[in-house]
Design a protein around this ligand. Structure first.
Ligand code: BDR
Ligand code: CA
Length: 313
């Protein structure tokens, strides 16, 4: 099978960075056409810069990186420096990028790419708030039916929330955008906290990254070390969840994940539960299914894959 053509839409973020590195290390399965940055973990100028830092770390200064939306569709931006540090990529000491940001807006890149390829041949991989994807769907509704699949990190059901008691960060930041995406009719596959909280970077797994013995192995160990401090304290677990790489791992080894095709609605009104992904896991609502909502991951298989692939670049 030819590699799957994807656009990574992202707000790096250390875990976004690892997700990007995994994709770039897997050219047999994944063909990254471009990276669109969105405001999320940190403001847009930093996510657009961090995306380029990661491309250069991976030896891919040729990969086009686009800046997308700098604020959610209709809300003030909420950021997560408390998790990711001031730069969004705290941990390793990586040089500023020399590659240029593309002139085209990220949203237009998404639209142009979908329109210029055969229908059903492009997968969108959002790793941050869904602002760019929703904006592209609003601006060019014709592209929705051209999307092969949207594989995203966001939401939670049994794990409920990480930024509020009921909401996961990516959905909470731009719930209106999430609603547009989940209601769009495009095939949506979701990696919620229910999955990513099982992908824990334990001390041994962190050591395995470090033992690769390359600049990438070291940078990934340092990045996961950094946000581990915060997450271990918060959850009392023996490692920090590695959220976004679940998206790119799914493209390579879908059999590592299992879930249900169910109805998922986004709460956009209630202050108390804003951004909640109301996932009908038990099929009690009678509402039509609109997303494959993952619930489990083979964590050993996931980390074996990740470590093997990172060692290739
Ligand atoms: C998500 O929020 C961000 O902090 C991470 O990069 C991930 O995409 C987890 O809730
Ligand atoms: Ca992210």
């Amino acid at each position: 099978m030819p590699p799957r053509k994807i656009i990574i839409d992202t707000d790096p973020g250390q875990d976004d960075a690892v997700a990007i590195l995994l994709a770039l290390a897997s050219p047999e399965e994944i063909d990254v056409l471009g990276i669109t940055a969105v405001a999320g973990n940190v403001p847009l100028p930093l996510t657009a810069k961090n995306a380029r830092i990661i491309c250069e770390l991976a030896g891919r200064p040729d990969l086009p990186v686009f800046a997308g939306c700098d604020t959610p569709l209709s809300r003030k931006l909420v950021t997560a420096e408390h998790v990711h540090g001031k730069t969004g990529l705290d941990g390793p000491d990586l040089p500023d990028p020399t590659m240029e940001l593309q002139d085209t807006h990220g949203v237009d890149f998404i639209i142009d790419t979908l329109r210029s390829h055969p229908a059903g041949s492009i997968t969108l991989c959002p790793l941050g708030p869904l602002t760019n994807i929703a904006q592209a769907f609003n601006k060019a509704p014709d592209i929705v039916e051209m999307v092969q699949e949207i594989v995203l990190m966001g939401g939670a059901y049994f794990e409920v929330g990480n930024i509020t008691p009921t909401a996961e960060f990516n959905i909470y930041v731009d719930p209106e955008a999430a609603e547009i995406v989940f209601k769009s009719g495009a095939p949506v596959t979701v990696m919620p906290l229910d999955v990513t909280h099982k992908a824990l970077v334990t001390t041994e797994r962190n050591e395995a990254f470090r033992s690769i013995g390359t600049p990438i192995g070291l940078a990934v160990a340092q990045m996961t070390d950094f946000f581990e401090r915060f997450d271990k304290e918060k959850y009392g677990s023996n490692g920090a969840p590695l959220h976004d790489p679940c998206v790119t791992a799914y493209l390579i080894r879908p059999e590592l994940f299992s879930g249900r095709y169910i109805n998922v609605e986004i709460e956009t009104v209630s202050d108390l539960t804003l951004g909640m992904t109301v996932a009908d896991w038990w099929g009690v609502s009678g509402r039509p299914a609109n997303a494959t909502f993952m619930g489990d991951v083979d964590a050993e298989g996931f980390f074996t894959l990740l470590t093997e692939r990172l060692a290739r670049i």
